[in-house]
Every structure is written in C-alpha cells, then in structure tokens.
Design a protein around this ligand. Sequence first.
Ligand SMILES: Nc1nc2c(ncn2[C@@H]2O[C@H](COP(=O)(O)OP(=O)(O)OP(=O)(O)O)[C@@H](O)[C@H]2O)c(=O)[nH]1
Length: 361
Amino acid sequence: MQNIRTENINIHVIGVGGCGGNAVSNMASLCSHENIRFSSVNTDIAALHRCTNHEVVLIGEATTKGYGAGADPDVASNAAIQSKDALVTLIKDADLIIIIAGLGGGTGSGATPILIDLAKESDIDVMCFVTLPFKAEGGKRSDIARNALETIQSKANATLVMSNDSLLSALDETVGLLSAFRHCDTQMHRIVEAIIVMLTNTGYINVDINDFSHILSLEGDTALGVGIAEDDSSLSAALKHALENPLVDKQNIIGAQGVIAQLTCREEPSLAMYEEMLATLQSLVDGPQTLIITGVTLSPELPHFGEVLVIATGVPSKAQNFEQEKNVIPMKQASVPGSSKKDAAYLDIPAFVRLQGRELS
Ligand SMILES: Nc1nc2c(ncn2[C@@H]2O[C@H](COP(=O)(O)OP(=O)(O)OP(=O)(O)O)[C@@H](O)[C@H]2O)c(=O)[nH]1
C-alpha cells in the first residue's frame, strides 16, 4: 500500500447524470477545501450548463449530440466508452473518487459502471452514493436501477444506497419535490464531508488514507452514516443513529470484516463513554475478528457534543430488497445531522470551515 501524506490526498467527487450533477453543485457550493475536486459527467449538455461552480465533461457527443441518453443505460455506457480518454484524464490524479448518481435513468445508470472500471484500472478507490427512483416513476425505471445497482455494487469499493421513496416517509407530505431532493443531497453531503474531514485533518487519534483504503478493500456490503451526540453520555446512541438514516435501508453490520468509527468531539470524551461507544460497536458487529479502526478529532466549535462517522465494509451480502420493506425511522426520532434546526443552521457551515485548524495533533 502506498504511503500518502495527509496534505497530498486528492479526493475527487464526480456527479454522473442529472441527479449527480445537482448533488455535486450543492456540495461544491458548500465546500472550500482545496484538496477536493468536483466534476460532473453527463450526456446532456443542457444539464451540464447548469453546473456553474465545478468542471464538467460531456460524454458521447459524437452519437448523442449532447441531447442526453434518452433513459437508455446502454446509450450512456457507449457514450462513456467513446469518451474514455476524457474520463481517464479527468480522474488521473485522484486518490479517492466519490461518485454521486441517481439510478433509473440512462446516464447515471449506464456511465457510472464504466467510470468505476476506469478508476479501478488506475488503482483508484471508488465510493458510490446512489439514489433509487420513486416507485411512482414506474417499473421500467425500477428495473434499470436494480440492474445498475447490482453492477455498481460488484465493482465499487463501497456503495451507499439512498431511496427517494424514503423521502416521502421521512419528510412532511407537503414538502416540495426540489426541497426533498435537496434534503437527500444534504444527507449525502454530510457523509461525504465527514469522510473528507477524517482524511484531510490530522486527528488526535488519526485515521489516514491507508487505513481507509484497507477498509475499502474488504469484499462485501457496505454500511455507513453519521450520527450526532448531544452530550458525552450519548456517544453510543450516536453511533447507532449513524446506521439509522431514514433514507437508507436498515443497515446491519453484523459480521463486518472492517469498521472505521471516527469520533469528532467538542471536548475530550470521558474514557468511560468512549469505551462504552466502542463496546456498542463491538456488539453491533458481533465478530471478534473484525478489524476496527477508530479516530478521534477535537473540534471546539461543534454546537453539539460530538459526531460519529461509521463506515463498515465486508458486511455479508444480503439480497437487495426492492420492495423496500424498510424499517423507516421518522426523521424526528433519529438523531442524524441536520435533523434539528440547531444542527441545520450549524451544518450549513461546511465542516472544512468548522474544523480547519482546530484539531489537536
Ligand atoms: N435525490 C435526487 N434524486 C434525483 C435528482 N434528480 C433526479 N433524481 C432521481 O434520479 C433518477 C435519474 O434521474 P437523472 O439523474 O436525471 O437521469 P440521468 O442518469 O441523467 O439519465 P438520462 O437523463 O436518461 O440520461 C430519477 O429517476 C430520479 O429518481 C436529484 O436532484 N436528487
């Protein structure tokens, strides 16, 4: 494994298709960290014109003429292959690629697997954050999404699946569609941001890119999320809440081969509560052989006591349940970041700004 110094890590967040481009535009508007690069890849030139705060790559222009993939993943897949050189150039300096895509249409579903292949050929780790379409969008889109998800999960190092239908359960019925999408984008952003902060700041107990890369190399399903602790005594609850995002299928980490638990705290946690959190993690994993890597970073500006980022990999595969018999937790019960007004206001400040230079080393 390569040794990379923290300040030299290049993290590249790439939106693929319309949903990916929207999400990346939102993320780029909040991010001021110099090591993070944002891009969007699309077959649709009009959608790329809306991505005004990051770089864009139009793929398959010779065949699609910039008019999109017409909800056909094969067209998008061919477009990505046609534009292989541009994509290879786009990703060549990255140490970690985070792909954001909405599944069910053409470009996100068809071009994402090709982009992952190109990254793997260059030995770059890839995490994917994908959304599943609303049931109301129809069976055809659901089938496209199911096929794409299967392929993406088999290729990427880690995949987080968010369901647009869960937005209906998690949010007020009267919320507008764009606000709901924005909420989903925000949830993805929280996790992406926590990962970036973990990898680019030197913590008191540090998780570095090599630890992260090792955890990502483990075969199997992935579970990940961020939970908030209001005080020292709720670190264990925050760890559990990290795996209870209302937009994600219930995440089980029993038998995971590797877990990263990154704790960012306003002040020093008590040893007893820290140990209790680790014991909770052990009980959730239920596997004595699991490799557990923990990180602790102090950030005096946090409005709440702490945030816990959990990334579990090598989780024994479960069949993806497309009927979404989900254990949906109403938003107000789950302490996920941004679920209270105080959190939301605070979290509007990017973590990079909140945390920069605040850690003990
Ligand atoms: N959460 C969220 N989902 C979105 C957003 N935009 C679209 N979607 C979902 O993502 C799916 C795919 O839509 P797009 O990303 O626009 O499609 P595409 O991959 O660009 O495909 P083509 O337009 O056919 O090339 C849709 O069926 C929606 O369910 C968004 O901004 N946020």
